[in-house]
Design a protein around this ligand. Structure first.
Ligand SMILES: Cc1cc2nc3c(=O)[nH]c(=O)nc-3n(C[C@H](O)[C@H](O)[C@H](O)COP(=O)(O)OP(=O)(O)OC[C@H]3O[C@@H](n4cnc5c(N)ncnc54)[C@H](O)[C@@H]3O)c2cc1C
Length: 422
């Protein structure tokens, strides 16, 4: 550490869609100039923001049946900003194809689900004027394979809208960075630069990285599950742990024209199974995600195994919390069956039962396990309440923000109070 180390007003850790959204927001909507971002890999958006690692959906709250009206209102406000951003980018010269637009629907199957959806519709249609309630015939016109092979006696109903945004979040990262640089060419962006250690020294933070040391008045973490590890090293979030929930997908040749979601199981904090066209290839339909706990902070990356345990914490406390959470009857059977979905041979045969709730006539040989596809969701465990935090987790300290670890993280950033960074 010496006086020649660069000093920034704001340093962002992590170049996924959260970190780059923040970089863009600060560059465009504040007068803070002296900003830096560090990313440990050689490119932006290679972890959970990579298009192959998530479901590529811009969530508005219209077809996510686990959202209350209030939650949907706040998610919509943020999603609208992302939607306007990508639409504006499309209008400008940008060669990046950031999104594709498809129809999207949530499908209720059976008496109880149909009743639930009918009750939901009046309030949600006020908030989402393009949302329509449709019955069997129209469902079949929009998504023929949702009807093909379905018991004609089975009650079905759907809420549908044409505003289904499928976003390539990695490309969105690039777009955010390019536009941030256009506005503020003196931004300091360091790729291949990993944060090793952070300490608080008087009025600033001292940051040791693989490429040398830097100082920052304010630090914002956008490093996914890793954020909590560094928070703990600074004395924050000691009562929290991470449950890393990996999600896998199955693919099929085009069986859906747009997105089709199923009704959410209320107790589960994970998205219900859905079918989505690939963002850049509508000829492929992706089904998932599944959800199983893993002991890594990044999927398919065993070097994050020790980091997972540092984040989880030592001692009996997080283990008791985890056992208490996992041994809930609904969650336990859900996790058990989700483990099976990832297994060769048997996984496909079991998962097809879930997919047939959407596409009843799908055949086993149409389905393929999407190998190497799917990231992991850092789910926060609260060791005080011994519960999973269901919403976005946000932790702030003295001139430091250890931000959102939950979906949809980037939407959250675009709506965050920037005054905190002043
Ligand atoms: C299966 C699945 C499906 C999903 N579907 C959706 C969806 O449909 N819609 C949606 O909105 N969200 C979805 N999500 C969630 C979404 O992927 C995340 O909310 C989003 O990608 C998080 O972005 P992020 O920038 O916070 O994290 P990441 O994209 O993981 O970025 C974190 C960055 O921090 C960097 N980093 C970590 N440690 C360090 C360090 N020490 N030094 C420097 N850099 C570091 C990493 O390299 C990485 O680039 C899904 C997630 C999963 C797993």
């Amino acid at each position: 550490m010496n006086n020649s180390d660069p000093r920034y007003d704001v340093l962002i850790i992590g170049g996924g869609v959260t970190g780059t959204a923040l970089l863009y927001t600060l560059s465009n909507y504040t007068d803070i100039k002296n900003i830096a971002l560090i990313e440990k890999y050689s490119d932006f958006g290679l972890v959970n923001s990579a298009s192959y690692n998530n479901s590529q959906t811009l969530h508005f709250g219209d077809i996510e049946t686990n959202y209350t009206l209030d939650k949907a209102r706040s998610v919509k406000r943020m999603a609208d900003m992302v939607m306007k951003y990508v639409e504006n980018e499309k209008k400008s010269e940008s060669s990046l194809k950031l999104f594709s637009k498809y129809s999207k629907m949530v499908l209720a199957v059976g008496k109880n689900q149909v009743r639930e959806l009918k009750e939901r519709f009046p309030a949600f249609s006020q908030l989402f004027p393009h949302l329509r309630m449709i019955e069997r015939e129209e469902i079949g016109r929009i998504e023929p394979r949702v009807l093909e092979g379905r018991d004609p006696e089975q009650e079905i109903l759907a809420l549908v809208t044409e505003d289904g945004y499928t976003v390539d979040f990695k490309k969105l990262c690039h777009s955010f960075v390019n536009n941030a640089l256009r506005k503020n060419p003196i931004l300091d962006i360091h790729l291949d630069t990993k944060l090793l250690k952070i300490t608080k020294v008087e009025d600033h933070y001292m940051v040791n990285t693989t490429k040398g040391d830097m100082k920052a008045s304010v630090v914002v973490f956008a490093a996914g599950g890793h954020s909590l590890m560094y928070a703990k090293s600074l004395g924050y979030g000691k009562n929290l742990a991470v449950l890393s929930m990996a999600g896998s997908f199955y693919t099929a040749p085009k069986v859906l024209n747009g997105k089709v979601y199923t009704i959410q199981v209320p107790k589960l904090p994970f998205a219900a199974i859905h079918g989505d066209p690939e963002v850049h290839n509508s000829e492929v339909t992706r089904f998932g995600p599944t959800a199983k706990p893993i002991f890594q902070l990044e999927r398919h990356n065993w070097s994050t195994f020790p980091e997972y345990w540092k984040t989880f914490g030592v001692g009996i406390n997080p283990i008791i919390s985890l056992l208490k959470i996992v041994f809930d009857r609904v969650l336990l059977s859900y996790i058990f069956v989700n483990f099976l979905y990832d297994l060769p041979v048997v996984g496909r045969r079991l998962f097809i039962r879930e997919i047939r709730k959407i596409v009843p006539s799908i055949k086993l040989d149409e389905l393929k396990f999407a190998k190497g596809i799917g990231g992991t969701r850092p789910q926060i465990v609260n060791n005080t309440t011994r519960k999973l935090e269901m919403g976005e987790a946000k932790l702030t300290g003295e001139n430091i923000i250890l931000i959102s670890l939950r979906l949809p993280a980037h939407q959250h950033v675009l709506g965050m109070p920037i005054q905190m960074l002043r």
